[in-house]
Design a protein around this ligand. Structure first.
Ligand code: T1G
Length: 706
């Protein structure tokens, strides 16, 4: 079978030629598929029997667009390029109809846009998500879409990067016919063809357009609204430029403009970072030695131990996934409070249109409570979310061991503790796993799946499968204090508080990191999480900082004063009527602590603040990689993008280090080690793996424990 047949199945029926793409799993428009489409377009063009060409898929979906893994390689630009293929379809002498199933994304939708007509099955998704990859549609989408639907709607659709439904697309004029199901395609095609048989109409795309005043106004208003969301990004601005400038040009010129803007974005660090994030999230699901077949433990009933804020947030995930969930707590009042909190949260989701009224009812129906361990004996999965104390958690696991059915998965939501020590108290340690949710657990996407030395493959695989069901981004990590996320945040936060002792103002530190792109500054984060929580975590890990007096000195002093953060309306900042204010008293406190520790106060630059925090983060990341606690640097990035508000357009702390160049990071850390005296010696010793990779000109991504 010649190569092209592997990518496209071609058949002619009467005067219709069907080009069915079949490049599994999602018809990415790689070089070989483009060649096959191009080849069969020629076959159809030369066959006088053919009057109309139907471009469709033999797989579940029409196409996921250009092959992202080809970007930057020769194949990505090799002819027929995707823009050239779309131009060919646009100028094809015979009618071309695109038959879209399941989804047409990116270059896949651009192929369909170049066709004369489009039909799509109900429930289908159509979108140009390139902005999520730091680029813009580069095969005519920025010009053909606004020429087909209202230009501001087109621009907003591309800047949002979210797909629309077939019904919405039909309303906008993007889709000509919506099919009840794929079975109706042939009939609809014949009817559509009959309706438009004959000479192809003038190509309406060719001409230039004037952007109507109201369209331009709508676009400006939208752009203003998005300022914060677009912070650090390049491609949404390029999309608006492509639409507003391109619409006033004939198509040929407009496509050239699109190409220029595309190449500029594609060469940017943002694009590299966002594409890294795309693949890193896919890779994170793959754990060596764990196959899809291992995931055979069915999870139809869940129990959560502990009805605090975390327990409730965790429960909501399962209720929204339609999984019956029983909340267990010895305290009946606490259970009633928890039920009220969960109901209120679900109501607000319903009222904000995030869930339907029906889903709201179903979720509430799926909630049950219990005070006795016997009541959760049939649960397939039990997640313990009680007070962060080893002895307390071990006593809960002894109870679970006694009451739960033999193949139940016993999980802990601990965020720092030694899970092996928890598994030790169980007669079935292979069933023990860590499922570390992030607060608020019903909102944060990240789930650290912590594998102990004895966690079995079915328990791990079933937990990873479950994570997808509750819409979480799961990353598998090993056991150490704080696992990956919290272990790395310790040096990041250490530097932030140390620099306040050295003379920086709390707002100065937070502003620097927010300018870097963090969703929240480290000091604000400490106040939100609770100063006492930070102190407890530090005390539980005292051996790490024993003898270094400045470590958490300010937090301990604040705790002494009962300044525990937002929850006491005062932490590092004051919160008058919820409004955050810098508090001169804290600056005085920091100054006196600095004097008592012989720390000379000075002015710090924004660059130093950012470098000390972010380089400490990455340095700890390299330690975690060399210890095998994380499998790949991409896993660490996925954790920081989905759990710690690290800017996605920087790709995560490890991708950021790679983008800067590990040599630069190494030199930066060594300079800090030297310039900060004994403190520098203590805290800025470079992770051996970082040194090795930098000295051998390799990247973090090139290292893997897989
Ligand atoms: N390129 C390369 N690989 C892709 C891919 C793509 N566009 N889309 C999916 N894959 C891989 C994915 O990594 C996984 O691999 C497998 O396919 C199945 O995917 C000129 C330049 C389509 C909704 O942004 O959103 O067109 O892990 O596990 O959950 O304007 O994948 O099995 O090895 O995700 O059902 C624009 C990206 C490209 C769509 C399917 N397109 N993909 O989700 O399966 S840029 C996109 C997705 C472009 C032009 C520009 C999702 C999906 P593996 P999956 P899924």
């Amino acid at each position: 079978m010649s190569e092209v047949n592997q990518y496209v199945d071609y058949r002619r029926e009467g005067d219709m030629a069907f080009l069915s793409m079949c490049h599994a799993p999602v018809n990415t428009l790689c070089y070989e598929l483009r060649c096959a489409i191009d080849h069969y377009l020629s076959v159809a063009e030369q066959d006088d029997n053919v009057q109309v060409v139907v471009l469709r898929s033999n797989l579940v979906a029409f196409s996921a667009g250009a092959d992202i893994s080809e970007f930057g390689t020769e194949k990505s630009f090799a002819e027929p390029s995707l823009p050239a293929l779309c131009d060919r379809i646009d100028q094809f002498p015979k009618w071309v109809i695109a038959e879209i199933s399941t989804y047409a994304l990116g270059g896949g939708l651009e192929l369909a846009l170049a066709a004369d007509k489009r039909i799509a099955t109900q429930g289908c998704k159509l979108g140009l998500p390139e902005v999520n990859l730091g680029i813009l549609p580069g095969a005519g989408g920025t010009q053909r879409l606004p020429r087909l639907i209202a230009s501001s709607t087109a621009a907003i659709m591309m800047c949002d990067g979210k797909p629309i439904s077939a019904a919405q697309a039909a309303e906008l004029g993007l889709i000509d016919v919506v099919l009840e199901s794929a079975e109706h395609a042939e009939a609809a095609l014949l009817q559509l063809w009959k309706a438009c048989a004959g000479t192809k109409p003038v190509n309406m795309f060719e001409q230039a357009y004037t952007l109507e005043a109201d369209e331009a106004a709508a676009l400006n208003a939208y752009q203003e609204q998005q300022a914060r969301r677009w912070y650090g990004l390049k491609s949404p601005f390029a999309i608006v430029d492509a639409v507003t400038q391109g619409m006033a040009m004939p198509l040929g010129e407009a496509l050239a403009l699109e190409r220029t803007l595309f190449d500029d974005c594609a060469a940017s660090p943002q694009a590299r970072a966002l594409q890294h994030a795309f693949f890193a999230e896919k890779e994170a699901l793959k754990v060596p030695g764990i196959g899809r077949d291992d995931a055979h433990l069915a999870i139809q009933e869940v129990a959560i131990i502990g009805s605090g804020l975390m327990g409730c947030g965790i429960a909501i995930n399962f209720l929204l996934a339609g999984i019956p969930t029983r909340l267990l707590d010895v305290n009946v009042e606490a259970l009633e409070k928890a039920r009220a909190y969960i109901q209120k949260t679900l109501e607000s989701n319903r009222d904000k249109g995030r869930i339907s009224a029906q889903k709201y009812e179903q979720a509430l129906m799926a909630l049950a409570t219990a005070c006795d361990y016997e009541d959760i004996a049939n649960a397939d999965l039990v997640i313990e979310a009680v007070f962060e104390d080893l002895a307390v958690k071990q006593s809960v696991f002894k109870e679970l061991d006694r009451h739960c059915k033999p193949d139940a998965i016993l999980a802990s939501n601990t965020s720092t503790l030694d899970l092996n020590a928890i598994a030790d108290v169980c007669a079935r340690p292979e069933n023990v796993i860590g499922l570390h949710f992030f607060s608020p657990a019903n909102i944060m996407k990240l789930l650290e799946v912590v594998r102990t030395e004895r966690t079995s493959a079915p328990v791990l695989a079933s937990s990873l499968k479950l994570a997808k069901r509750i819409n979480k981004v799961a990353v598998t990590v090993g056991v150490c204090y704080g696992f990956v996320g919290n272990r790395m945040v310790a040096p990041y936060s250490r530097e932030a508080f140390r620099m306040i002792l050295e003379g920086a103002r709390p707002s100065q530190v937070d502003e620097a990191l927010r300018e870097f792109g963090m969703a929240m500054g480290p000091i604000e984060m400490a106040d939100m999480a609770g100063i006492d929580v930070g102190c407890m975590a530090a005390l539980a890990n005292q051996q790490e900082w024993q003898g270094e007096e400045s470590y958490q000195a300010l937090q301990f002093a604040l705790r002494e004063q009962g300044r525990l953060g937002q929850k006491t309306s005062a932490g590092v900042y004051r919160y008058d009527d919820g409004k955050k204010q810098e508090d001169p008293e804290v600056l005085v406190l920091a100054k006196s602590i600095a004097e008592s520790l012989g720390i000379e106060q000075r002015s710090l630059t924004k660059d130093e603040i950012i470098q000390r925090c972010v380089f400490s983060l990455a340095n700890e990341g390299f330690r975690i990689l060399e210890e095998g606690i994380a499998q790949r640097s991409g896993d660490i990035d996925v954790i920081y993008l989905n759990g710690y508000g690290f800017p996605r357009w920087r790709g995560g702390p490890m991708q950021y280090a790679d983008e800067l160049g590990l040599q630069t990071v190494l030199q930066g850390l060594e300079a800090l080690q030297k310039n900060l005296g004994a403190y520098g010696e203590r805290w800025f010793s470079v992770a051996p793996l970082l040194k090795t990779l930098a000295q051998t000109n390799r990247s973090a991504q090139s290292f893997s424990n897989v």
